[in-house]
Design a protein around this ligand. Structure first.
Ligand code: 4AD
Ligand code: MG
Length: 463
């Protein structure tokens, strides 16, 4: 009977000494002497390697030569208790098959490459301990997100990636066109003739699934989206990507308080899930990059988020005596330095800021009775700043139309969105969690380029 492959994770967790196993993976290192060689094998199933013990006399020299760092091999052998330090068991190689060799030019020869260098070889960096850990945690968080909402009776709604409307009104969208850019068709009055484009109108990659998400909530009750979103803003920071993943729950009959309760519960669930399911990977990242990682995760888990209004937040910043790069006054869009001051210096807890000035927020947010502020909520986290942005939505047809007018959004594009306010409108709320911002927090990595397999940022779309 053909022997089945066992993953290294399973070997280390449940395998029985004395039994024969087949493992397949990539050689991380090989060392030894003229009688015996030790190869550390990793197959991605766990941060840990399996030590393969090779009795040199038993193998052809040609085979042995090909077992180098980076090579992919299959090994069948008997599992034994290890005499060496650092591992409980090892596999004593009986037969070895070479799948793919790797010569001296393999860039991951030695340990300890800088994260900057690894970004230049993003096609190979998943084979490092660090990126193995990050990508396994990324998977676990995606799975936990679906789990959380499924358990709560939310439906996963697939919203389109190509859109003819601009949700956030930030004007930073990637255009989608099949027009020949060398020969753009023009109308008589000198404008681009989009009637000849693929969709017969200007289209772009979506910045958010929210508007369609609201349509879903107005029928299914509670929905969430989880997909890629695209922003063409030229922000070269450790917290911005041009292509990032966002989770956007949208709930009928939720007010802003229900919305905040959900956001806090959701974040705590995800952090708990990571601590419960990603222990080995988190411990590795904690040891390598961020000694306070575990503490920070536990801390968020066990503290209530502080809730206050934007206006109260501004007062605290003004009274702080702190010198900020961007001066503080009521009406400014808070910068990362302001958000982090509130979270890290002042409250030393996650903060939910609400009721922002309407002029710095999107058109769909519910107007407060003061006529100046909207029922917005941003969740601010230590080291990250804004991790969630959301709001109660304006459900009143006339007020929403007024906001659309004030913000010069073409009304003709919005008829379908406005229809939800014409037919059976209801109070509702939602928010967007930036998936990579969550991962920055959970993994303790410092740069958002290092928590997504293939980052897209200004001037970088390689791999
Ligand atoms: O605050 P934002 O722009 O809100 C929305 O898009 C709403 N439509 C969400 C909603 O209410 N359904 O973005 C939401 C979150 C931010 O808090 C941040 O975590 C993340 O998305 N985000 C980014 N993450 C990485 N790179 C970028 N360029 C990001 N822009 C926003
Ligand atoms: Mg925001």
């Amino acid at each position: 009977m053909k022997q089945k492959r066992t993953t290294i994770k399973d070997i280390l967790q449940t395998a029985v000494v004395g039994q024969t196993y087949l493992v397949k993976g990539w050689v991380r290192t090989k060392r030894g002497n003229k009688n015996i060689a030790f190869a550390a094998l990793n197959d991605g199933s766990t941060i840990f390697n399996l030590q393969v013990v090779i009795d040199i006399a038993k193998f052809e020299e040609d085979t042995l030569k090909q077992i180098t760092t980076g090579a992919c091999i299959a090994v069948t052998g008997v599992l034994a208790a290890s005499q060496g330090q650092g591992q409980a068991v090892e596999l004593q190689a009986g037969s070895i098959e070479i799948y793919g060799t790797a010569d001296q030019t393999y860039p991951l020869q030695k340990k300890g490459h800088s994260l900057e260098f690894l970004r230049e070889i993003a096609h190979l960096r998943p084979r490092t301990n660090t990126f193995g850990a990050v990508l396994r945690i990324r998977h676990a968080m995606a799975f936990a997100i679906h789990n959380y909402f499924n358990d709560k009776g939310f439906y996963y709604l697939h919203t389109p990636l190509i859109t003819a409307s601009d949700c956030e009104g930030a004007g930073a969208m990637f255009q989608v066109t099949t027009l020949d850019l060398q020969q753009v068709p023009m109308t008589a009055d000198g404008k681009v003739d989009y009637s000849r484009d693929f969709f017969g109108q200007p289209t772009a990659l979506t910045v958010s699934g929210q508007l369609e998400g609201e349509l879903g909530a107005m029928a299914l009750g509670n929905i969430y989206t989880f997909g890629p979103t695209f922003r063409a803003e030229n922000s070269n920071t450790p917290r911005h990507l041009s292509e990032f993943w966002m989770i956007e729950p949208e709930m009928a009959f939720y007010d802003i308080d229900d919305n905040m309760d959900l956001a806090e519960d959701f974040l705590k669930y995800l952090i708990r899930y990571a601590l419960d399911h990603c222990h080995d990977d988190l411990e590795f990242l904690c040891r390598m990059f961020d000694n306070e990682l575990m503490e920070r995760l536990e801390f968020v888990l066990h503290n209530d988020f502080v809730r206050l209004t934007y206006t109260e937040g501004i007062e605290i910043l003004l009274a702080s005596g702190q010198k900020f790069e961007y001066p503080v006054s009521w009406g400014i869009d808070l910068q990362s330095e302001h958000e982090r001051y509130l979270v890290e210096q002042h409250f030393k807890k996650p903060v939910i800021l609400t009721d922002y000035p309407k002029d710095i927020k999107a058109f769909y947010m519910k107007l407060n009775d003061d006529g100046k502020t909207v029922r917005a909520m941003d969740v601010l986290f230590p080291k990250i700043g804004e991790i969630i942005g959301g709001s109660q939505r304006e459900e009143d047809y006339d007020k929403l139309r007024t906001r659309i007018d004030e913000m010069h959004i073409p009304m003709k594009d919005m008829w379908w969105y406005l229809d939800t306010r014409r037919f059976g409108s209801a109070p509702h709320s939602g928010f967007g969690l930036g998936f990579e911002r969550l991962l920055l927090f959970v993994t303790g990595m410092a740069n958002i380029r290092d928590v997504i397999p293939f980052p897209r940022t200004p001037n970088n779309a390689s791999f």
